[in-house]
Ligand binder design. Structure first.
Ligand SMILES: Nc1nc2c(ncn2[C@@H]2O[C@H](COP(=O)(O)OP(=O)(O)OP(=O)(O)O)[C@@H](O)[C@H]2O)c(=O)[nH]1
Ligand SMILES: [Mg+2]
Length: 253
């Protein structure tokens, strides 16, 4: 009797993280535009107080409006992608219940610091996005997202001449920081780079579907601080088992 191909119980969850303004929403819009005809997709965005990124994607018409959901984190977005993933997990599960079976759900972290990483409890793989406008040295500085995300994207390569960045050098520094792990220089104006990105996502989607991919935690974020409305600064880390519950004003936890 012919074997029925195994159907995965749920969609491949792909996180997109990176500093503010590097092009995470644009990259997700690009992937929807390029792949929605061949892959069943959904999107979840994270912002502190708004659903602006979801609105941008809906307005761009890249995907059916109800397939784009927003999580308003109410706190720094990395809390929701690293410490308490529940609101995001619920958003992904709701999407799948309403539109499933889906092949791929893209989860965007709100713009955050250079070391924001997703928890493997939330995503199966993650893309970390830098841009050339952030400076040619950024890739060399490393950090868990740069060093160990499943894919590093150096975006907006079309802007390199204006910000005096040597793209080849930045890509080779990035590759060194990742011990040869995949790096793609991307510009929405450069067709070959868009094809490289969509190929990677296609291959990763197939690998997850066929059980050939094991999620890896890029590692905890570096210690960092937050200031509340009264200007009180709280320093904290994201070691395993320690979340914002452990916040102690004025000292690292
Ligand atoms: N020149 C150029 N600009 C780009 C490219 N990709 C994105 N941008 C622009 O970069 C700006 C920021 O893009 P977003 O996609 O909103 O960035 P983001 O990382 O989602 O931003 P936050 O969610 O606020 O952190 C926008 O003005 C985009 O149009 C690109 O390939 N080339
Ligand atoms: Mg965004």
């Amino acid at each position: 009797m012919a074997e029925t191909p195994a159907t995965p119980a749920r969609a491949f969850r792909l996180g997109v993280a990176g500093p503010v303004g590097t092009g995470k929403t644009s990259l997700i819009g690009l992937l929807c535009r390029e792949l929605a005809d061949e892959i069943e997709m959904g999107v979840v965005t994270n912002d502190i107080y708004t659903d602006e990124d979801a609105q941008i994607l809906r307005a761009a018409g890249v995907l059916e409006i109800d397939r784009i959901r927003a999580v308003e984190t109410g706190a720094c977005p990395h809390t929701a992608i690293r410490d308490d993933v529940t609101p995001n997990l619920i958003a992904v599960e709701d999407l799948e219940a309403d539109h499933g079976p889906l092949d791929l759900v893209l989860v965007e972290s709100g713009g955050d610091n250079l070391t924001a990483t997703f928890s493997p409890a939330l995503v199966d793989a993650q893309i970390f996005v830098l841009d050339v406008a952030g400076g040619g040295d950024v890739a060399r500085k490393g950090g868990p997202g740069i060093a160990r995300a499943d894919l590093l994207v150096v975006n907006k390569t079309d802007l390199a001449p204006y910000v005096e960045v040597d793209v080849e050098r930045m890509l080779s520094d990035a590759s060194d920081a990742r011990d040869g792990g995949p790096v793609i220089g991307l510009s929405r104006h450069d067709r070959a780079s868009v094809d490289a990105l969509t190929d990677w996502v296609r291959r990763m989607t197939a690998a997850v579907r066929e059980g050939r991919h094991t999620p890896v935690d890029p590692g905890p974020m570096a210690p960092h601080s937050h200031a509340d409305e009264d200007g009180n600064v709280t320093v904290h880390t994201h070691e395993h088992g320690h979340g914002h519950d452990d916040l102690v004003p004025g000292r690292a936890v």
